[in-house]
Design a protein around this ligand. Structure first.
Ligand SMILES: *Cc1c(COP(=O)(O)O)cnc(C)c1O
Length: 436
């Protein structure tokens, strides 16, 4: 019986998916067949059949300036011919030093710890926070995170993220984390202050227990559904966290490097975390790399003669020179043209205002390069909601690549997207709303 079932399933995807590939976050028995991309330039993906797609979500939020940006490509090429990799426990190299100086200057946090991706950057942040308390002889293990949070897919990152369908098999193995409601807001929301107050009251109660750290996605929860909060809320969170002496960790893996309309979302919200995690846009989206920034106060507690004080953590590719070269080149581009992200909201605004009038559209919101709204549906608003899936399929047929999160439709384009391309994305989405 089971065997038969398997055969049926095999038949349904044979020819759609390569026999040796296992794609991320995808149930291949029901997913749309993947398309092969041979090359990409700017905001455009070129398919094998010669047609193009506008990459309206920056290839899972990583492509910052645009695909195949020649300046970053050249920096990587030149670095590869000079120094491709070096063990970072015994050596350093110019690109790492330069990048660390620039990130420290920009974030106000002194130390940079390199890893490989967003999840590892979060793991490092959590381990630093726990060991920081341990090193000063205080046992603090309570961690507080927000409802709906997403911090990555490794075990520590899963533990601080929202418990849901995706991590259910591992639930028993995830360490306990306290949760605070996330008072997200949208255009025309008049009750946000009440929700913020409830969240803050809850946070204050939880903080009565000595807490190691509070982890937050500043301004925008990404995978949780592009849920945006007001800077005022984050400032109040910071205030109560400070009163309790807990550390504040900002997971800027998605929102960092201009996505939120300023270089870092923490800057825009005017909060000063003790620890920050970056990845995705760090290298302009060219190479996998994560960094965890820590304040001088954190770093100093790891110094001393006692080997137990050391942060015994590292990855083979720590501070990979190619990644550092890409990140430095990406920072060059951001510095050369800050208006590309500072003014992005104005580019979304007219289109978003227009689509907000559509009867099926609700909870419209915008922060920096990220615009989102929800579909009014009768069904539950979960990730598996089908309306978003239909809209994605329609958009693909009309040369736009989007990836709705359940009934949340969002655009998160690369900075280079042209006005006419952005307009086309909104046009297609609007038309799709009338089809379903
Ligand atoms: C994507 C993401 C992560 C995980 O990063 P990966 O590189 O996919 O491991 C962590 N936190 C946030 C906020 C993210 O958006």
């Amino acid at each position: 019986m089971i065997k038969q079932n398997n055969t049926q399933m095999d038949a349904s995807y044979t020819g759609k998916w390569h026999d040796n590939l296992w794609p991320p976050f995808t149930q291949i028995t029901s997913a749309i067949a993947p398309q092969t991309i041979r090359h990409a330039k700017g905001a455009l993906l070129f398919k094998e059949d010669g047609t193009t797609l506008i990459d309206a979500i920056s290839s899972w939020w990583v492509t910052l300036h645009g695909h195949s940006d020649p300046y970053i490509a050249k920096a990587i090429y030149e670095q590869a011919q000079t120094l491709e990799q070096i063990i970072f426990a015994d050596f350093t190299h110019p690109q790492a030093k330069l990048l660390a100086e620039r990130l420290s200057q920009a974030s106000g946090l002194q130390r940079v710890f390199f890893s490989d991706n967003g999840s590892t950057a979060v793991e490092v942040a959590l381990k630093l926070a726990i060991q920081w308390w341990h090193n000063q002889g205080e046992s603090r293990h309570q961690i507080i995170a927000f409802e709906g949070a997403y911090h990555g897919d490794t075990f520590g990152a899963m533990a601080v993220g929202e418990r849901n369908l995706f991590n259910e098999p591992f639930n028993k193995l995830l360490f306990p984390v306290c949760r605070v409601p996330w008072p997200s807001t949208w255009w025309g929301d008049y009750e946000v202050e009440n929700r913020e107050k409830k969240a803050l009251d809850h946070l204050e109660t939880l903080l009565e227990v000595p807490t190691a750290a509070v982890i937050i996605e500043p301004l925008i929860q990404g995978a949780g559904g592009m849920k945006m909060v007001r800077p005022e809320f984050l400032q109040k969170v910071q205030q109560v966290v400070r009163q309790s002496n807990a550390l504040l960790i900002a997971d800027e893996v998605m929102v960092g490097f201009g996505r939120s309309g300023s270089l870092f979302a923490s800057q825009r919200a005017e909060i000063f975390p003790d620890i920050m995690a970056f990845s995705k846009g760090l290298t302009g989206g060219f190479l996998p790399m994560g960094v965890t920034m820590a304040s001088k106060k954190i770093f100093e507690n790891f110094l001393g003669d006692d080997p137990k004080k050391t942060f015994w953590h590292g990855h083979s590719f720590t501070a990979n020179p190619l990644g550092c070269a890409a990140a430095n080149a990406s920072l060059d581009l951001l510095e050369a043209n800050p208006n590309s992200y500072l003014n992005f909201e104005h580019r979304h605004l007219p289109f978003l205002k227009d689509i907000s009038k559509h009867p099926k559209v609700t909870k419209v919101r915008l922060t920096g390069t990220i615009a989102a709204f929800e579909l009014k549906t009768d069904e539950s608003n979960g990730y598996l909601n089908v309306a978003g899936k239909n809209i994605k399929a329609y958009a693909l047929q009309h040369n736009v690549f989007i990836r709705p999160l359940g009934n949340v439709i969002y655009l998160l384009p690369p900075l280079c997207i042209e006005d006419s391309q952005l307009e086309h994305c909104y046009h297609v989405i609007k038309k799709s709303l009338d089809c379903f």
